[in-house]
Design a protein around this ligand. Structure first.
Ligand code: TXA
Ligand code: MG
Length: 325
């Protein structure tokens, strides 16, 4: 059930009172608090189980408000905001005095975006301020793309859940450091590198996933309970069957080229051929295979262009070393 006007008003009141609201965005659901209220922001970290040094993204209602939250708006940032907002792009800029250090994890920069979702925009309009919101999942686990995912994972720890249906993009926003005039991609996401490069008229650097570059970018982010193993697409079926024979409960991400294959495994999901559809389904697939009792997931990486870059980034992190390793 999609949120109505009464729900929006109630959610805005919860934010004003320092409470937590789960809100839909076009990427994933966020766990929102008043960005200017350090006590409310502290609760976000507590509920997520996230270390307080991992900065949050501040969601605002329109590009015209950007100047209220940052020290200055460099030309490149202005251009990107005009081109991609509302949309799945987050800009890291120098923090303005309005943003408490609790929200930025102690950094002198702040991450800002305008979400492209009618419910999120209605909430931001009714609330009037900025909403600090990480993805509404426990630290390190898979991001939620439906209101039910949020309720299952966070339950009563959230004061109010706004239901806006399933998220249309399905992977988080692209984060661009725009503090200098040589912008860099800190996290690939819903806006593609190709679209950014076309808008800027120059190539952009993308970090390798093997190094921790910014707080909150640990290799084992976005991980389901089941262990994820990545293999070449043509080896997915054989590896899955071998692991199943060895006694694992194997979940398979069946690549589109092998959609007709019969696989002897515990559970199989068919990867959509379109990257848009794959991004939308990715986190739901990981949750589904966990729920069906898989202890091992065999998958392959998509071609790393367009949204495939963000999908591959999340799969690599899901397969990364766990904190307990
Ligand atoms: O699509 C999204 O971005 C979703 C929705 C809810 O908007 N939000 C999201 O938030 O993915 P979260 O907290 O799960 O990821 C935010 C990322 C973290 O990796 C954090 O390190 C980075 O943004 N970040 C935030 N502020 C930063 C800053 N000042 N400098 C560098 N990275 C920053
Ligand atoms: Mg997250």
């Amino acid at each position: 059930m999609t949120a109505g006007t009464g729900d929006i008003e109630k959610a805005a009141a919860v934010l004003r009172a320092g409470g937590l609201v789960a809100l839909p965005t076009e990427t994933v659901y966020g766990l929102g608090a008043d960005a200017e209220n350090p006590a409310a922001v502290a609760r976000v970290f507590q509920v997520k189980g996230r270390p307080p040094t991992h900065p949050l993204i501040v969601h605002i209602g329109g590009a015209e408000h950007l100047g209220d939250w940052v020290e200055d708006v460099p030309e490149t940032a202005r251009l990107l905001a005009e081109r991609f907002w509302p949309g799945p792009l987050t800009l890291v800029l120098r923090r303005g005095p309005r943003v408490p250090l609790e929200t930025t994890g102690g950094l002198e920069t702040v991450a800002i975006r305008v979400p492209d979702h009618p419910v999120a925009l209605a909430l931001l309009e009714a609330f009037g301020g900025g909403v600090a919101a990480p993805s509404a999942n426990r630290f390190g686990s898979v991001s939620p793309t439906t209101a039910d995912h949020v309720r299952t994972e966070l339950g009563d720890a959230v004061d109010f859940v706004l239901d806006g249906g399933a998220c249309g993009v399905g992977v988080e926003s692209t984060i661009v450091d725009a503090t200098s005039d040589v912008p860099t991609i800190l996290r690939p996401g819903g806006v593609t590198r190709e679209d950014l490069e076309a808008a800027l008229g120059r190539p952009l650097a993308v970090p390798s996933t093997s190094r921790v570059r910014v707080p909150g970018q640990h290799p084992s982010h976005y991980a389901p309970r089941a262990r994820v193993v990545l293999v070449e697409p043509e080896k997915v079926v054989a590896e899955a069957e071998l692991a199943q024979e060895l006694g694992h409960q194997v979940g398979v991400f069946l690549p589109p080229a092998f959609a007709d294959a019969e696989v002897k495994a515990h559970a199989v999901v068919e990867v959509p051929a379109s990257p848009d559809a794959y991004a939308r389904e990715l986190y739901g697939f990981l949750r589904e295979l966990d729920q069906r009792g898989c202890d091992l997931i065999i998958a392959s990486l998509p071609v790393e262009e367009g949204l495939g870059l963000a999908i591959a980034n999340r799969l690599r992190r899901a397969a990364g070393p766990r904190p307990s390793d």
